[in-house]
Write a protein that binds this ligand. Structure first.
Ligand code: RP5
Length: 165
């Protein structure tokens, strides 16, 4: 098993259907990761230990997804100086706005790079993690360029289909 470069955490197994998107994107880029369920509120000690152990193993970026009063990404950021990406998840009647604000409104000095609510955010969190790693990895940079090229190609194909009518 390759050394995980990205540590993915989520507050509950109910977050898994969305957070799997992170894993899928990292797999596309061939970035080794580890993924766990750990909560800022329900298992604070376990979360702290996971972050500390991951850092020792060589993890370079953390992604943390949570819903409701989503303090997981901030909690992780409080225990590391590695970059932390927060994914706000929809888990209650406020449709993810609660998690967005809980994740994004970090006090100065302890940042969390917060992405969009839900699946789009989960995918972008993984792309951003890959971009951070790519600052020191030319092969990964090339894969990211190719990913953008394929994305543009898909738009062109869709445009052609619409224009043909
Ligand atoms: C948060 O509470 C989790 O991240 C999840 O989004 C939400 C609900 O958790 P469960 O009650 O489904 O375990 O901490």
């Amino acid at each position: 098993m390759e050394r995980p470069l990205v540590g993915i955490l989520m507050g509950s197994d109910s977050d898994l259907p969305v957070m799997r998107e992170c894993a899928a994107v990292l797999e596309e880029f061939g970035v080794p990761y580890e993924m766990t369920i750990s909560s800022a509120h329900r298992t604070p000690e376990r979360t702290k230990e996971f972050v500390e152990e991951a850092e020792k193993k060589g993890t370079r970026v953390f992604i943390a997804g949570a819903g409701l009063a989503a303090h997981l990404a901030g909690f992780v950021a409080a225990h590391t100086t590695l970059p932390v990406i927060g994914v706000p998840l929809e888990a209650g009647p406020l449709k993810g706005m609660d998690s967005l604000l809980s994740t994004v409104q970090m006090p100065p000095g302890v940042p969390v790079a917060t992405v969009a609510i839900g699946k789009a955010g989960a995918r972008n969190a993984a792309v951003l993690a890959a971009q951070i790693l790519a600052t020191e990895d030319a092969t990964l940079r090339q894969k990211l360029k190719e990913y953008r090229r394929r994305q543009a190609e898909k738009v062109r194909e869709k445009a052609e289909a619409v224009e043909k009518g």
